[in-house]
Design a protein around this ligand. Structure first.
Ligand SMILES: Nc1ncnc2c1ncn2[C@@H]1O[C@H](COP(=O)(O)OP(=O)(O)OP(=O)(O)O)[C@@H](O)[C@H]1O
Ligand SMILES: [Mg+2]
Length: 317
């Protein structure tokens, strides 16, 4: 079996339509059949893990059986919930006359680029921290590449941002205490809240950067653009010291596909497969065949999952 499957937390990324959800679902299926308790989380607004398992997941875990659990995060409602939470947290912390202005500022911020990602990241953080002990594996099926990368590099950014805020807050507090309290510290609930958030991010960052605990994998197809995009994405994650251990090459033309057309496709594919071997030297490369049909039933998923663990899967072994 792939070393990727041993991680407690797994993130599956890749370009649109390459087979992220299918691969994430197949890994979930394999591990759950091995009596591992698995939570598969979809963070993609265009969810399809429900279609694969023929159920309707929600934003709380839905049990398919003792071992297999599904959850879908809706970034938009998550964003709304997050904003409401921020407003509630500020209640009682700002002067009544300021409330309206503060809410206006928050609403403005919530419409800015990155707000949905921040909310989504907040939800991922909560799942990782709160569910860590309840499952053997938590697998995240993510949205297409660009989005995912921004999301995964957020803990670093968040940390810098919150540290900045904390520093500012500390100065304000110093001024206050000199002014009001003869230099004695005054209670500052905002400072405490920020501190709390910072601790949460530090905790999740430690898990996401721990190579033993968290693995990142990309799914791609043997084509020019997915290769380029994946190469870029991996180098970016590696810069943040994230452990991209595995690359899944999906929809590889199988040996038994015959006819002139398929023969030509195979010839076309070959240099890309060579290129993949060459570029992703540090990663384990697992290839899965193109099927004649979509992976849309339990039987298909089982067949697909079997190819993930077959000895022919490993392109670089
Ligand atoms: N090996 C395969 N052979 C045939 N069809 C496949 C294979 N892998 C995936 N598919 C089909 O390709 C389509 C896209 O797969 P999937 O939904 O897993 O991709 P995705 O990367 O999650 O897409 P999105 O970016 O939209 O989330 C689906 O219809 C799926 O059934
Ligand atoms: Mg998908």
């Amino acid at each position: 079996m792939s070393m990727f499957f041993s991680h407690k937390i797994m993130f599956i990324g890749g370009k649109g339509g390459v087979g992220k959800s299918t691969t994430a679902s197949a890994i979930t299926q394999l591990l759950s059949e091995d009596n591992k308790k698995v939570l598969l989380v979809s963070t993609d607004p265009a969810h399809n893990i429900g279609d694969i398992f023929h159920v309707r997941p929600k934003d709380t875990a839905l049990s398919i059986n003792t071992y297999l659990h599904l959850l879908e995060i809706n970034p938009q409602s998550e964003s709304k919930r997050y904003i409401e939470e921020v407003k509630t947290n500020l209640k009682g912390l700002v002067k009544a006359t300021m409330v309206e202005e503060v809410h206006r500022q928050i609403d403005l911020a919530s419409a800015s680029p990155g707000a949905d990602e921040a909310a989504l990241f907040d939800k991922i953080t909560s799942i990782v921290l709160e569910e860590y002990g309840s499952y053997d594996h938590i697998i995240f099926d993510t949205a297409p590449t660009g989005h995912t990368i921004r999301l995964l590099t957020l803990p670093e950014l968040m940390n810098v941002w919150i540290s900045g805020l904390l520093e500012k807050r500390r100065k304000v507090q110093q001024n206050y205490s000199q002014l009001l309290n003869d230099g004695e510290p005054v209670d500052d609930p905002i400072f405490d809240k920020l501190q709390e958030r910072k601790q949460k991010f530090v905790k999740v960052r430690d898990i996401l950067l721990d190579h033993k605990k968290t693995g990142y994998a990309f799914v791609l197809n043997a084509e020019r653009l997915p290769i380029l995009e994946t190469e870029k994405a991996i180098s970016m994650l590696e810069k943040h010291d994230m452990n991209v251990s595995t690359v899944f090459v999906n929809k590889v033309i199988p040996d038994h596909a015959d006819g002139v057309f398929m023969e030509n496709r195979r010839k076309n594919e070959l240099p890309y497969l060579e290129q993949i071997k060459d570029i992703f030297r540090k990663q384990e490369i697992i290839k899965t065949p193109l099927f004649e049909h979509d992976i849309s039933t339990k039987e298909h998923l089982k067949k697909y999952a079997d190819t993930l663990i077959s000895t022919h899967s490993f392109l670089n072994s």
